[in-house]
Design a protein around this ligand. Structure first.
Ligand code: GLC
Length: 687
């Protein structure tokens, strides 16, 4: 049951697709108060309450015990105490002896979620806007609440099947030759690959929708050549439009009056990669149409995937910010500043970027009204994603395109996936990536993944290998790194063969993982879930913070610690451990419910499969298009006859119907089970 409560005059967000009547009765579960414009919700927490949700945010799967802020921020150096990341996903799920409900705040402004931070026994949620729609969802289980939330907010984005292949990316591929060389090296060494991202290096002076004719002379031909080799180019598009006369997107945007404005009516400007930029007012339909159509030449050149970046929007600095910092520097220089001001001088410069003052200084048009950007800040990336997706649909409504964005808001999950923003080559960021995944799924973002290996800092071989072992299971499997860091392509490392075999396992599992993804997406389910979802009666399972359920029958438990020779795993029921080294080299070990310490050398990683549920492996290939999704090796720990469904489609159909793409198959206990482990069947099947 979903109930809607409205406060004040909510701003439209496009997050909700169900139209519901507004409740007149008082809001249950929370005490409600006001302080100025702010709306404050307070709830006493039971010691055993857990809180899931908030999608992309720091800390554990259970969000209890910290304070988070919905305020989309470009923050590569995030740590445990960082309150805001690149996205805001305002959905929570309360789960405990006296609670089982979901709470969604449809509010694009700043929200503080004090979930037992100030007082361990109290949750205090504060909306700065104070004007919002609030939704409460009550169902019989966590899974059903998540499903109802998706019905409220709409079906998750479906990427094309090729987007489940391995993607190589790096900021710094400065020419067509360098990209071709990276592709060739993968092919030469048998490292499977489906796509290469083009970062801002391909653009002319970092201007969107342009490309450097000296280094990338003919994008059409380049893209065609890559396609012949079963590879796709995936260019980046940033939010800001370079404010330079004679540059077509700027001229057309200016002529249309499409940019965000300051109070005096002039276009708001801030520096990003190309220098001074204007920012499309994506809240307006005609602006989205204009921006979405700017992708057209690239689509015509054969590009089938994009990543949208810097769309919090990230602001490096504004003229007024620079003036203010220099004014302070002058004061210090002239001796008129006091000791504290001198001490704070560094901050005056470092706080020039993403400065709250700047976000307060411009306006967006919402329903014909000028609204301070601050009030709709968290929608910016989501609306850019919407503009792109709408453009792709106009270009070819029948086809799925790859699109993933850095910034997002609930609602954007219908139009694209997300990557988890800039991370570091840190073990702690590997664990953080895993912990975000189920909460992103809960908020609708099924197609997601992190920068494998870490974006900033220099990766080590073992860390990259462990990142890849997580990446084998994340829908977006992309290795990405920053300019100036250690080169991070698999082939750069002495242990490249181990990493290659890890990626090969992804390809052997790809049809199975794709099937699990599509079944989840098309039934408003979750691809990754916290263990609490399926084992809500088991307190041990509910507390697990470093394992995830995957699809209908699997569980992942990656090794995420430096130098560890294995790890503890809690099995909430009897499961088959498949310990992979490569697609042809793995052990199968039936394990009973309970705690296990399992050794994993650096090259080994597990997948756990429920008893009487089959896992399908195909022959790996160098790209997803070459995979044979008819012939499989079925692995199953079984003590009865088993049947299951495999989802298959052409990989592009924009509106597939789940039931039309399922192939039912059975494994019979009495059949030929030539597996060497008693009770574990391993045999070829053709579907
Ligand atoms: C941002 C993106 C990163 C990209 C870089 C250069 O930091 O998050 O992925 O490589 O900009 O475009």
């Amino acid at each position: 049951m979903i109930r809607k409560y409205s406060f004040g005059t909510p701003l439209p967000t496009d997050a909700v697709v169900l139209s519901l009547p507004t409740e007149k009765s008082p809001l249950p579960f929370f005490n409600l108060s006001r302080s100025g414009d702010q709306l404050i919700l307070t709830r006493k927490l039971h010691p055993e309450d857990r809180i899931f949700g908030l999608g992309e945010s720091v800390r554990g799967i259970n969000k209890r015990g910290f304070l988070y802020r919905s305020w989309n921020t470009d923050i590569p150096h995030h740590q445990e105490t960082t309150e805001s990341l690149y996205a805001s996903h305002n959905f929570l799920l309360f789960f405990g002896p006296e609670s089982l409900f979901g709470l969604y705040l449809d509010d694009p402004g700043r929200i503080t979620w004090d979930l037992g931070f100030t007082r361990m026994d109290t949750a205090v949620i504060t909306s700065e806007n104070g004007d919002l729609d609030l939704y409460l969802i009550e169902e019989d289980s966590l899974t059903e609440i998540a499903r109802s939330f998706r019905r409220l907010t709409g079906r998750s984005y479906l990427p094309p099947r090729w987007a489940f292949g391995y993607i190589q990316s790096r900021w710094g591929y400065a020419s067509e030759e360098s990209v071709r060389a990276v592709a060739a090296e993968h092919r030469k060494r048998g490292i499977p690959l489906d796509g290469i991202c083009l970062d801002i290096d391909y653009m002319e002076n970092y201007k969107n929708f342009s490309w450097r004719k000296d280094a990338f002379p003919d994008l059409n031909r380049f893209s065609e050549d890559m396609r012949r080799d079963h590879l796709r180019l995936i260019p980046i598009i940033d939010a800001g439009i370079c404010a330079e006369e004679g540059y077509t997107p700027y001229d057309s945007g200016k002529a249309g009056g499409f940019f965000c404005r300051k109070a005096d009516g002039s276009d708001f400007r801030a520096a990003v990669w190309p220098g001074s930029c204007c920012f499309p007012d994506f809240q307006r339909e005609e602006v989205r149409r204009w921006f979405g159509d700017l992708y057209q030449p690239l689509l015509e050149a054969g590009v089938e995937g994009f990543w949208n970046d810097m769309n919090e929007p990230a602001l490096f600095f504004t003229d007024s910010g620079v003036e203010e910092a220099f004014r302070k520097a002058e004061e210090v220089k002239s001796g008129s500043a006091d000791y504290e001001e001198m001490w704070m001088l560094g901050d005056a410069f470092s706080h020039m970027s993403n400065n709250p003052e700047d976000y307060r200084s411009f306006y967006q048009q919402v329903n014909g009204r000028q609204v301070c950007h601050e009030k709709v800040h968290n929608l910016y990336g989501a609306s850019m994603t919407r503009a792109s997706a709408e453009g792709f649909r106009r270009f070819d409504p029948e086809k799925r395109f790859l699109l993933f964005s850095r910034s997002s808001f609930i609602g954007a999950h219908r139009n694209g996936g997300v990557w988890q923003g800039d991370n570091f080559s840190w073990w702690s960021h590997l664990k953080l990536a895993l912990q975000m995944l189920p909460n992103l799924n809960l908020c609708g973002f099924l197609y997601s993944g992190c920068d494998l290996g870490g974006f900033g800092q220099n990766v080590t071989e073992d860390l990259l290998e462990r990142f890849l072992q997580l990446g084998v299971f994340t829908p977006l499997m992309r290795n990405h790194s920053a300019l100036g860091t250690r080169e991070q392509e698999i082939f750069r490392f002495s242990s490249w063969e181990i990493m290659r075999d890890t990626v090969r396992v992804r390809y052997a599992l790809l049809p199975f993982l794709y099937s699990e993804f599509m079944k989840a997406a098309l039934s408003d389910g979750m691809y990754f879930r916290p263990l609490a979802f399926d084992y809500s009666e088991d307190p041990r399972a509910a507390a697990v913070e470093d394992q995830l359920l995957l699809g209908e029958s699997c569980m992942i438990a990656p090794v995420m610690e430096q130098n560890s020779a294995g790890r503890y795993v809690y099995l909430p029921e009897d499961m088959l451990l498949v310990r992979f080294r490569s697609p042809e080299d793995y052990d199968c070990l039936p394990l009973e419910k309970g705690d296990h310490w399992i050794p994993f050398s650096l090259r080994e990683f597990p997948l756990f499969v429920r008893k009487n549920h089959p896992l399908l492996l195909c022959r790996d290939e160098e790209c997803s298009e070459s995979l044979d999704d008819h012939s499989f090796t079925a692995l199953c720990w079984m003590n009865r006859d088993v049947s299951s469904d495999l989802y298959r489609d052409d990989g592009f159909d924009s509106d597939p119907v789940l039931s039309e793409h399922l192939t039912r198959f059975s494994l019979n206990l009495s059949g030929d089970c030539p597996g060497s482990v008693p009770g574990v069947a391993k045999f070829p099947i053709v579907l």
